[in-house]
Write a protein that binds this ligand. Structure first.
Ligand SMILES: Nc1nc2c(ncn2[C@@H]2O[C@H](COP(=O)(O)OP(=O)(O)OP(=O)(O)O)[C@@H](O)[C@H]2O)c(=O)[nH]1
Ligand SMILES: [Mg+2]
Length: 394
């Protein structure tokens, strides 16, 4: 018998009857080869394919030519937190900006499991087959915590990903919500410049993600499940008020009748809510992402009508303008927030001032005044702050 031994993980009380033996490992390096036996042939070196460095012009040309590989690399550049990448990414964006704005920007939200990804896959595949170019993006703030992309991992949209006219990009992970927003918005612009005429942005109803996505799309869709009743009670009114349409999904098989009832319940509630878009009344519809029933009808008779009407009456032009401007100020607010909390003067005196407020020695308002005074007199060109770019929204 070759050199074997009983493994350390054998059961405590069953030594004799436990027949399993393990073969002793080979001495040597981590690959089992002793150093002197190693020849070039034995060492299985992974082939390193060096990626060619692209210039800003390479990126711009590639994106405008619709090159998916270059588009992917440009998005990676945008998602990078390194400052040299940041500067380059901004140059690329600046140059492709004139070619943006020509797509239908559609946001899709709904509780986990509502069927958003299945719906996107069914709709996206149909649109690609009709000759459209469809980009699917995900905005998933939970991925900034777990550093994994939930939306991206769960559903791979296999059918859609085989379509040459489709481009699927999971949520960027890591960083703040502000960073996620910036990266997602800039990704959307790159996709537009690359010729994608339909951009579908999936987000799960977590934290601020619905508001974030609403603030970057033209049309916002809420996907819901049947059997509303209790769920409807718990549903955040705010989310319904953001939606341009509510789609009751899984209207198939035994569930179809329930879906119709649910739709009617949503319709009833919608009457009492504020409309999401001027000159547009939000309604509820049913569909099945499984069978495809109702999807293209909805696309044709709701989404496309909304887009056509919205561009004709100026509502969408105004919406996009407002979205961009408010994005600028949101970034400014975040930058000021960062500057304040990382200012050495503030860090130094914050604790003491807080103590005084807690002990009733100082009113809250005076505490604010004192802190703001300290901030106003601080040298914001000081090293630790100078390196803090407004775009530190990671
Ligand atoms: N019967 C039926 N099942 C569906 C339908 N659409 C989706 N499903 C199923 O519902 C489950 C969840 O679907 P997803 O598309 O992953 O849901 P999601 O909203 O993207 O979920 P998250 O990404 O986790 O937020 C999957 O098992 C789907 O197969 C439908 O129209 N009918
Ligand atoms: Mg999904």
């Amino acid at each position: 018998m070759t050199d074997t031994y009983k493994p350390s993980w054998r059961p405590d009380n069953n030594d004799d009857k436990f027949a399993c033996r393990v073969m002793r490992g080979v001495e040597g390096g981590h690959d089992g080869m002793s150093e002197q036996n190693k020849t070039e042939h034995h060492v299985n070196k992974p082939k390193i394919v060096k990626q060619v460095k692209l210039t800003v012009d390479d990126y711009v040309k590639g994106i405008l030519a619709g090159n998916r590989m270059i588009l992917s690399r440009a998005i990676t550049l945008i998602e990078s937190n390194a400052s040299v990448h940041f500067a380059m990414a901004q140059e690329v964006i600046q140059k492709i900006l004139p070619y943006t704005g020509k797509s239908m920007r559609i946001g899709i939200t709904g509780v986990p499991g509502a069927g958003k990804s299945t719906l996107i896959e069914a709709l996206g595949t149909k649109l690609c087959q009709q000759g459209h170019k469809v980009a699917v993006l995900a905005v998933d703030p939970s991925s900034t915590v777990t550093r994994g992309s939930i939306l991206g991992d769960k559903t791979r949209m296999e059918q859609l990903s085989r379509e040459p006219n489709a481009f699927i990009r999971p949520s960027p992970s890591g960083g703040t919500l502000g960073g996620l927003t910036r990266k997602s918005r800039e990704t959307l612009l790159l996709c537009e410049a690359a010729g994608y005429d339909t951009i579908l942005v999936e987000t799960v109803g977590v934290g601020q993600s619905e508001t974030t996505v609403r603030s970057m799309v033209d049309f916002f869709l809420l996907v819901v499940l049947t059997g509303a009743g209790d769920e409807l009670q718990g549903m955040k009114k705010g989310v319904m008020e953001l939606a341009d349409a509510i789609l009751v999904n899984k209207a198939d098989g035994d569930n179809k009748q329930r879906a119709l009832v649910t739709r009617a319940e949503y319709e009833r509630i919608l009457q009492f809510l504020r409309q999401a878009t001027e000159h547009w009344t939000t309604h509820a519809y049913t569909c099945s992402a499984y069978t495809g029933e109702g999807i293209m009808d909805f696309w044709q008779n709701v989404v496309k009508v909304f887009m056509k009407q919205g561009f004709a009456n100026g509502v969408l032009k105004e919406r996009r303008k407002q979205q961009t401007i408010s994005w600028v100020y949101t970034m400014i607010e975040e930058h000021l927030h960062n500057l304040f909390y990382r200012c050495p003067e503030i860090i130094k005196s914050k604790g003491e001032i807080e103590e005084d407020v807690i002990n009733g020695k100082l009113s809250a308002t005076l505490a604010v005044q004192q802190l703001i005074d300290k901030f106003a007199n601080a040298d914001i060109n000081e090293n630790s702050l100078r390196n803090l770019s407004p775009f530190d929204l990671k």
